[in-house]
Design a protein around this ligand. Structure first.
Ligand SMILES: [Zn+2]
Length: 286
């Protein structure tokens, strides 16, 4: 029987064993299958076509230590097979011409051969490769950002240091921003010029707005305290339209205000006075 047929059959049996209700006997059978897979000469094309790597990789999390360690050992072995095939110079002789990666790429194999190697068969390997690539890119981007800050600050030491601090803070906190910079979606020259609200995360902006609102509210309260006499005076006066200039606008300090009062609560309670600033349109009630 050819190696690929063996692997296909073992994969099927393995799937059945994994799906069946557990027990000591099951683990024994799974171990037996793993052992037989280990004895089979599995090449990159077999890995690619059968996706056996994905099936076995799942067993790395198996509750039985023997099963999980056997699975891990096997996946590691197959990874080195794939790695060797990626670098033809170091590939073992026995792989033969059919394992040439160029030829492999040309094989359509239901249009999935490349995706298979990266995502199904060897997720860990592709993660390793991605990580080192991302690392390199990050280092390169960090250099670019530093250059950008340097030319932006025109050699002023303090400006430079402050900007570096601010950007380091924001890039650490703001994952999406970091990603955009790394991927080049934000031109590094632009980064030092970006306003704080664009550098901040949505959460940081929310906090900042809340603080601004708090400040506004406390100012409003100060104004109400200062104008308490006037407010009391107004609230005692009856009539729909009150004289302008009795109120001072808390926002723009204009006295061009007009007010009306309405009975919003029960009849025995004082009316609510609605004030409108004619200068800036600010509205409030008292
Ligand atoms: Zn106003």
């Amino acid at each position: 029987m050819s190696a690929i047929r063996t692997v296909r059959q073992l994969k099927e049996v393995l799937a059945k064993e994994i799906a069946a209700p557990g027990g000591e006997g099951r683990n024994e059978k799974i171990l037996d299958i793993l052992e037989r897979l280990d004895k089979t000469d599995v090449t990159l094309s077999i890995l690619t076509e059968t996706l056996i790597g994905a099936s076995v990789a799942k067993l790395k999390k198996h509750s039985d230590v023997d099963v999980s360690s056997a699975a891990a050992k096997l996946v590691k072995k197959w990874k080195s097979v794939a790695k060797a095939s990626h670098h033809p110079a170091s590939a073992p002789k026995k792989e033969g011409p059919s394992e040439n990666p160029r030829q492999l790429k040309r094989l359509p194999s239901a249009g999935s051969s490349e995706i298979t190697i990266e995502t199904e068969c060897l997720p860990d390997l592709s993660k390793d490769l991605n990580e080192s690539a991302v690392k390199q890119l990050c280092v390169a981007r960090a250099g670019e950002v530093e250059d950008a800050i340097n030319s932006w600050s025109r050699g002023e030491r303090k400006t430079y240091t402050e900007k570096v601090r601010s950007l380091v803070f924001n890039l650490k906190k703001n994952g999406p921003l970091r990603e955009q910079v790394i991927l080049g979606q934000i031109v590094t020259e632009q980064l030092p010029k970006m306003p704080p609200e664009e550098l901040a995360t949505a959460e940081m902006n929310k906090e900042r707005n809340a603080q601004a609102e708090k400040l506004m509210a406390s100012r409003q309260l100060d104004w109400e305290k200062k104008n308490e006499g006037k407010i009391n005076e107004i609230c005692g006066i009856k009539g729909d339209l009150l004289k302008a200039s009795l109120f001072t606008c808390g926002r723009c300090k204009s006295t061009k205000t007009t007010s009306t009062q309405k009975q919003t609560r029960s009849a025995d309670e004082p009316m609510t006075v609605f004030v409108l600033c004619l200068n800036c349109g600010n509205r409030w009630k008292c």
